[in-house]
Design a protein around this ligand. Structure first.
Ligand code: CAA
Length: 390
């Protein structure tokens, strides 16, 4: 029985900062960002967006299409949690008016957690054919102003509907996975910005890739030549390119510029202009690949490398299903990305410093442009969400 990704929908904030603007403010050559790390824009959430509104807005098109009626498992993957007890997915479940017969849980392991969610969801639908699971990966990537990570910030959410007989990508059973206790990137509970040992994190990312590939190759008997495209975790697009180059060199089959472009470029298009979406990042790569590839990818095998600092990594494969193009939300994604508003440096800094109040007070947030849902305020220590649709 095939199991895997049946539908996929992406959402990001309606605001962005061009990294040329950031480069000007930081007295850095813009090419360091555009070429050196391969990023052009970073998505910035206004005060009335959070991981709940990003996630609910990502899943909204599925709700509109009646795709959530058979969902009995909702896994919400995030490292930007809003509560130590209540799963953010329960707010999403409410906003989308999902059936009460549904298990809802939040998952955390840095940027890896959506892949854990996908694998758990696949096990669920394999045991319960006909039922569906929804995995939502939603994050806000936030580093200190002026820090090396700042230019890689971003935000966004991906909603993955998981089913048997999936319409988009059948996920294959073989997998290589690797856990190691390292401190490359972390965010203690008392901080709203991540701490990162940047160069070290890039080394651990690659070390984990090599370990997971070794296992995967042993288990599946496949070689890199069996793959038509790759989707990497994308903290910044250059990281994915470098990782693939390292892997192919290690396997004594180095790729040239043109081949690298064919294998990766389509998957990097959206991330280049949204920034890091942490848990959703690799899946933003998948949406980008499926939406923007001019080639019909039916029957093509995609290699996935998911990485979450701390760290857990996983390499696995999936095959694109015939007719997948009829089930994409490509136009919606294109419109969203084309119609975002650009922030000035000062507007960015003001929004950054606004943060989410943590003094337990009563707040009503200013209304910015959001998707169908907004984070309207805090009252009696409770987050309040507003639906802008019927
Ligand atoms: N023109 C062209 N290229 C330029 C340039 C210019 N004017 N100036 C610099 N560059 C190049 C540099 O040569 C360098 O390229 P190489 O890596 O090929 O040498 C590149 O731009 C970046 O420059 P630096 O190495 O000087 O950059 P930095 O040290 O200021 O920051 C970073 C890089 C440490 C990765 C930083 O972006 C960071 O801390 N990021 C956050 C952590 C991160 O993303 N880690 C990735 C792995 S961990 C993970 O994946 C989990 C996650 O999501 C966070």
């Amino acid at each position: 029985m095939n199991t895997g990704i049946d539908r996929i929908s992406f959402y990001t904030s309606n605001y962005f900062v061009d990294l040329k603007t950031l480069a000007g403010a930081r007295s850095v050559d813009a090419d360091k960002y555009y070429l050196g790390i391969g990023q052009e824009k970073m998505g910035i959430p206004p005060p009335d967006e959070d991981v709940v509104t990003l996630g609910a807005s990502a899943a909204y098109p599925l709700a509109q299409d009646g795709e959530l009626a058979d969902v009995e498992l909702l896994l919400f993957a995030t490292e930007s949690g809003i509560d130590q007890s209540k799963a953010a997915g329960i707010y999403v479940h409410g906003l989308l008016d999902m059936p009460a017969r549904c298990r809802v849980v939040e998952l955390k392991q840095a940027c890896y957690s959506a892949t854990a969610g996908l694998q758990l969801a696949i096990a669920f639908v394999a045991r319960n054919p006909g039922k569906k699971a929804l995995v939502i990966a939603s994050d806000v990537a936030r580093y200190e102003l002026g820090s090396p990570g700042e230019a890689t910030q971003g935000c966004g959410a991906v909603a993955l509907l998981v089913s048997s007989d999936p319409r988009l990508v059948a996920i294959e059973p073989e997998s290589g996975y690797h856990t190691e206790d390292v401190m490359d990137f972390w965010r203690p509970n008392y901080r709203s910005e991540a701490l990162v040992d940047g160069k070290y994190s890039t080394m651990v990312y690659i070390h984990t890739l090599l370990e997971t590939w070794k296992q995967y190759a042993r288990e599946s008997g496949r070689s890199l030549a069996d793959f038509d495209r790759f989707c990497y975790h994308i903290p910044f697009t250059k990281m994915a390119e470098k990782a693939h180059q390292k892997l192919t060199r290690k396997l004594k089959a180095p790729v040239g510029k043109e081949e690298l472009e064919t294998l990766l470029a389509e998957s990097l298009r959206y991330s280049r202009i949204t920034g890091n979406c942490y848990a959703g990042s690799m899946y933003v790569g998948l949406v980008s690949l499926l939406d923007t590839s001019e080639e019909d990818l039916s029957g093509k095998r995609i290699g996935f490398y998911s990485y979450g600092s701390g760290c857990v990594g996983e390499f696995f494969g999936g095959v694109v299903r015939p007719g997948y193009r009829d089930f994409l939300y490509a136009d919606k994604h294109r419109n969203l990305l084309a119609n975002r508003a650009e922030l000035t440096y000062q507007q960015y800094e003001d929004i950054f410093n606004y943060g989410v109040p943590s003094d337990g007070g009563e707040y009503v947030f200013p209304q910015y442009k959001t998707g169908p849902f907004r984070f309207s305020g805090i009252s009696q220590h409770k987050r309040e969400y507003e639906s802008l649709v019927d």
